[in-house]
Unconditional design. Structure first.
Length: 256
């Protein structure tokens, strides 16, 4: 079994790592890795994880599936989605695209994790509450990995009822948000010190340094990686200021 994931702020990476730990102990690989397509070609069974944005699949993940449809054809795929609240058919969105390219989707799993949208107050929780979300997700992951090994994969996010819930719960109202990459990323030049951290982190190569200041292009996939990692809190997307820098690693304090 091969674990594959896209993760903006670390939530999905952690969840796929835990799933593979419980399933067979193997190490998953990011879709950003240069070796990922070859690994997919060599594997018949795949766990595919991604975060849900506006109840939909991130554009970078959609493009990865479309560009590598030949490698994914005939693979047995179990889809894992992470989310801050509710997605309805988050796994179904990716599943339908995977099926379009000939993959066989065998199951789906939805996991609530700490919210990653650092410039909006909604969905923010205390450290203790976020740590409990992670604990609950890990318990669910362990149970789901065991069920998959026993040939009883969970089917969350798949099927018509989930599809209807996803459409009317969120996606119809925000359909255009994930249809294309966005050019709405904003960088406060007064706060930016030109450290280049955001440039190194961006999965889209959408950021560059000019005159010792970062600037953004038109291909942001809304992963919030740069926003939540900027040391001067100079980057925003949906909101106008940073409420909380939401990285998975920030919620692991004092868990043990």
């Amino acid at each position: 079994m091969l674990g594959v994931y896209f993760s903006g702020t670390g939530n999905t990476k952690h969840c796929v790592e835990k799933f593979m730990e419980f399933y067979d102990g193997s190490e998953p690989v990011s879709i950003e890795s240069p070796d990922v397509v070859e690994a997919i070609r060599k594997s018949n069974d795949i766990v595919f994880g991604y975060p849900v944005y506006y109840s939909n699949t991130p554009k970078i993940v959609k493009d990865f599936i479309a560009q590598n449809g030949d490698a994914l054809k005939n693979k047995r795929i179990y889809v894992i989605c992470t989310m801050g609240l509710f997605s309805g058919d988050g796994a179904g969105c990716g599943a339908r695209l995977l099926k379009k390219y000939g993959a066989n989707v065998v199951g789906g799993l939805h996991l609530k994790m700490p919210d990653c949208i650092g410039d909006v107050k909604a969905l923010k929780k205390t450290l203790a509450q976020n740590q409990q979300l992670i604990v609950s997700a890990e318990q669910k992951i362990e149970q789901s990995a065991k069920a998959l090994k026993q040939g009883r994969p969970t089917k969350e996010g798949l099927g018509i009822l989930y599809h209807i819930a996803g459409l009317f719960g969120q996606r119809l109202w925000f359909y255009g948000k994930t249809l294309h990459y966005t050019d709405k990323l904003r960088i406060d030049k007064n706060k930016c010190v030109g450290c280049g951290k955001c440039i190194a982190l961006c999965p889209m190569n959408n950021l560059k340094l000019a005159d010792q200041k970062a600037s953004a292009g038109e291909r942001c996939t809304m992963c919030y990686r740069c926003i939540n990692s900027c040391p001067n809190k100079a980057i925003t997307l949906v909101g106008k200021e940073i409420v909380e820098q939401c990285l998975y690693e920030n919620y692991t304090q004092s868990r043990n």
